[in-house]
Design a protein around this ligand. Structure first.
Ligand code: DGL
Length: 257
């Protein structure tokens, strides 16, 4: 098979990256996609930097063994921990990472205050700290580590009292603050977007980085001459380090949020 007709690998610590996969499929419907979720090792956001680096390198090797032409790291945590190492290890492979959408939120007209929800590891990492510092003169950037939230999504909790209680406690300190944007800085969180909006209790714009990542993927494929020449629709294959997560992967791929 010609290289440009090979699949695009998409990787996440678990099921969250399916939110990014969806954006990629809708922008590039003729491409074939191979999604690998490492649910057996999720959550990455509460592991050490070294553990996340090793797991991410291994996941990319697994995708490469299946001849992907490009890799999307559909995980903010894995991107912040390992994107530099991955690019060093695979200099000829287009590797697209995701980062919290702080820039569009901070630069939006009239935006003065932005909450960034992300995993503890993403927020601790230098990559995120530099990103937040770059835009802190355009808006107040409030970094909010959300320990346990990706795990809830991973276990299929998208609504209900446990999630409501968690979110109310997390968001309570901001109830009377003038917050314009909530940035979903973890790819699991779009699946609980409605619960976040409801429990915030006031109108707020909520954004994530999926569309920007999909556009970056298309740009990279254009630049490297790797866009498929197929004319019919592409395919999507799900793989997971926990086989019991495959049916939920399909469900999340279709779920409205
Ligand atoms: N989905 C991942 C992210 O975007 C992290 C979830 C996890 O902690 O494994 O950061």
């Amino acid at each position: 098979m010609e290289q440009r007709d090979q699949p695009i690998g998409v990787f996440d610590s678990g099921l969250g990256g399916i939110s990014v996969l969806r954006a990629c499929v809708s922008l590039l419907p003729r491409e074939n996609f191979l999604f690998f979720g490492d649910s057996a090792n999720a959550p990455y956001g509460e592991k050490s930097l070294e553990q996340v680096r090793q797991l991410t390198m291994a996941a990319v090797d697994r995708l490469l063994a299946q001849h992907v032409k490009a890799v999307v790291i559909a995980c903010n945590t894995a991107t912040s921990a390992a994107i530099g190492l991955l690019r060093q290890a695979h200099p000829n492979l287009p590797i697209i990472g995701i980062e919290p959408a702080v820039k569009p939120a901070a630069q939006a007209q009239g935006s003065s205050s932005v909450i960034v929800m992300a995993t503890p590891l993403t927020i601790r990492e230098d990559k995120y700290q530099k990103l937040a510092a770059t835009f802190c003169h355009e808006a107040d950037v409030i970094s909010l580590p959300c320990k346990g939230l990706a795990e809830m999504v991973e276990s299929g909790i998208f609504s209900g009292p446990a999630l409501d209680t968690y979110l109310q406690e997390l968001l309570l300190p901001f109830r009377y603050c003038n917050v314009d944007y909530i940035v979903l800085g973890c790819t699991h969180y779009p699946f609980v977007r409605q619960a976040i909006a409801r429990n915030f209790g006031r109108p707020v714009s909520i954004i994530d980085g999926s569309d920007g990542t999909a556009r970056q993927l298309r740009r990279q494929l254009e630049l490297t001459g790797l866009l498929t020449t197929r004319t019919g629709p592409g395919t999507v294959i799900f793989q997971n380090s926990r086989s019991d997560k495959l049916s939920m992967s399909q469900m999340l791929f279709q779920m409205a949020y």
